[in-house]
Design a binder for this molecule. Structure first.
Ligand code: GYE
Length: 327
């Protein structure tokens, strides 16, 4: 009975603190107190792609089912907004902070503030380039260099035995973001072994469909011969497909297309032969993240790096899995 009463009191405090949340500081119901729900402050990149939407959904749904109180903040693609959100999580004294860094650099100061406040940080989806690994407990996400390499490997195989030059255009992700840097590096590393592969143009498409389309339009105007498009995500590839079709060319045939992510819209285009190959990058990080949050809060030691498992898809493989694709 006593136990039930104390839970009810704790629940009441939590409710009160949530309701008072708009006013800013609340310290009830978060840090410390044994039976309380864990409070997780999460700063998301934005809503730039299908991947991101699926990632946000995964985080929100798994927080709810893990009984974790999630304070979710959308940075709309701006690092300054993420820094503000992290500072606000520190003021609110959340138990754990997780975030998906918009760019790799410039996190030292704010993460030191979190560390000094005794609030553990988990990097989700994207890495930072700070050599001080004591600024965060773990990094959960994909190996983006490996993804770029898989894209390159496919291309090398596709043009095996051929000697004619292969002109490639590249649509990069957001400048300075780990997946943009690493997917470019991994791909470049593989194709540089054969001089017939030439990246004739490479520009950012901001991971969005709109920019992917606009940049592909300029590529089509400025480049006399394009054999291959490598897009750092499905959305930019899908935008580029519109530009290619509008220019009277056949995507997947006149221009071969490789993308990364494997969200449903990308997989649909792949199954239709408009994309030739997709390297998977899973956005479903929520369940593992919540598990790590609980362990960190519990004081358990966790691995410094948690890798996401992923595969690749050809058009035939896309047809097989499309019906069951959840995102
Ligand atoms: O590939 C892209 C998104 O960080 C892995 O960000 C993520 C990338 C994803 O906008 O679509």
């Amino acid at each position: 009975m006593l136990k039930r009463l104390s839970i009810a009191v704790a629940g009441g405090l939590l409710l009160a603190s949530t309701m008072a949340g708009c006013g800013g500081s609340d310290d009830a119901g978060s840090s410390g107190g044994g039976d309380d729900k864990i409070t997780l402050g999460f700063s998301q990149v934005g809503a730039e792609s299908g991947w991101r939407t699926a990632n946000t959904k995964s985080i929100q749904e798994s927080a709810a089912s893990a009984g974790i109180d999630l304070k979710f903040s959308d940075a709309q693609g701006k690092q300054e907004n993420q820094i503000k959100a992290i500072r606000s999580f520190i003021t609110q004294r959340v138990d754990v902070i997780a975030f998906s860094p918009v760019v790799e650099s410039g996190w030292g100061t704010v993460l030191k503030e979190a560390k000094d406040a005794g609030i553990p940080v988990i990097l989700t989806d994207r890495a930072i380039d700070d050599p001080d690994t004591s600024l965060y407990k773990t990094f959960i996400g994909s190996d983006f260099v490996a993804e770029g390499k898989k894209a390159g490997d496919w291309l090398v195989k596709e043009y095996e035995g051929k000697t004619d030059p292969v002109n490639i255009v590249e649509l990069q992700g957001t400048p300075g973001a780990a997946p943009a840097n690493d997917r470019k590096a991994g791909f470049g590393d593989v194709i540089k072994a054969d001089p017939k592969f030439k990246v004739v143009a490479s520009q950012t498409g901001q991971f969005t469909r709109t920019d992917g389309k606009a940049v592909m339009e300029t590529f089509l105007k400025s480049q006399p011969k394009i054999d291959v498009l490598y897009a750092h995500n499905d959305d930019m590839g899908l935008g580029a497909i519109e530009a290619i079709e509008a220019a009277g060319k056949k995507p997947g045939t006149d221009i071969k297309i490789i993308t990364v992510d494997a969200v449903k819209d990308g997989m649909t285009a792949l199954s239709e032969g408009k994309i030739n190959f997709i390297v998977e990058c899973s956005p479903l990080l929520g369940p593992q993240l919540m598990d790590l949050v609980k362990k960190v809060q519990d004081g358990q030691t966790i691995p410094q790096r948690v890798l996401t498992e992923e595969t690749t898809f050809t058009p035939e493989q896309a047809k097989e899995v499309l019906a069951d694709r959840k995102y």
